[in-house]
Write a protein that binds this ligand. Structure first.
Ligand code: F6R
Length: 254
């Protein structure tokens, strides 16, 4: 794991954006794994600005981590709609090459197998963008998820439902299930790019980086990933025992 600590989420998002955009310059056919939520919005702004300034996204392909099960793609809270509004509509990407799990699939098991096969056929995910839940979840892989799980239907925890209720009129409107890439699926990305901002993430971040590897903090498996880059703001980094060392290593260019 490489840990990068910044004063603000804006500075962290800028650095993450520089990394992603540079990789797209090197490989215009890059395959991105994408996340929703509030955390990657700054990164997506950096990508949109680079595209406006001339970076070509027309051959980039993408696979999103997850989607609520039971929401139509045009539902205001669907992750398809979120991705269109917050990223795809601002890039010259071909929307046909952007995949978000189908929350309306009549046969979700068959859909999940096809989604995994499509990722493989694309050559695998090159860079997987991730955020962390306050309980350590990645994608919708809640604590207790198998660390080798694949794309499947999952049940959201009451904690995640209450965290996400702010986006719906009331907590009762939050779907109880989702389709999510599994932890094992995420681990196959060549690079994982994890962004974590805010004090409410500090405990989960400490467990992810410095705790034991456990399905009670699914993000902790990233310690076993050969190329994970973690971008933190000061608040999210505030509980790290070795925070000063990570900063020092960063100042040494590592
Ligand atoms: C969403 C996803 C989730 C979020 C996590 C953090 O696609 O994969 O794991 O990354 O819930 O959400 P925010 O960024 O809203 O704090």
């Amino acid at each position: 794991m490489q840990i990068f600590i910044f004063d603000t989420p804006e500075a962290a998002s800028r650095a993450a954006g520089e990394y992603v955009n540079a990789e797209i310059r090197k490989n215009p056919k890059l395959v991105l794994g994408l996340a929703t939520g509030s955390t990657p919005l700054g990164l997506y702004k950096e990508m949109a600005e680079a595209c406006k300034a001339g970076l070509d996204y027309s051959q980039v392909r993408s696979f999103n981590l997850d989607e609520y099960y039971g929401l139509q793609p045009d539902h205001p809270q669907s992750y398809r709609r979120f991705m269109n509004e917050n990223l795809f509509d601002h890039l010259n990407i071909d929307k046909a090459n952007t995949r978000v799990p189908d929350g309306t699939a009549a046969d979700p098991a068959a859909f999940c197998a096809e989604y995994e096969a499509a990722m493989k056929a694309a050559g695998g995910v090159d860079i997987q963008v991730l955020g962390i839940g306050s309980d350590g979840h990645i994608g919708f892989n809640e604590p207790g998820s198998s660390l080798v799980s694949r794309t499947r239907v999952v049940a959201l925890t009451p904690q995640t439902i209450s965290d996400n209720a702010r986006f719906f009129e009331k907590a009762d409107d939050v779907p109880r299930k989702a389709i999510s890439m599994g932890v094992g699926t995420i681990m196959e990305a060549k690079t994982c790019l994890m962004l974590c901002f805010g004090a409410n993430k500090a405990t989960a971040v400490q467990g992810m980086i410095e705790g034991g590897i456990t399905q009670f903090n699914p993000a902790s498996i990233l310690q076993m990933h050969p190329d994970t880059r973690v971008y933190l703001d000061e608040a999210a980094a505030s509980k790290l025992t070795l925070k000063d060392y990570y900063k020092w290593a960063g100042s040494c260019g590592l």
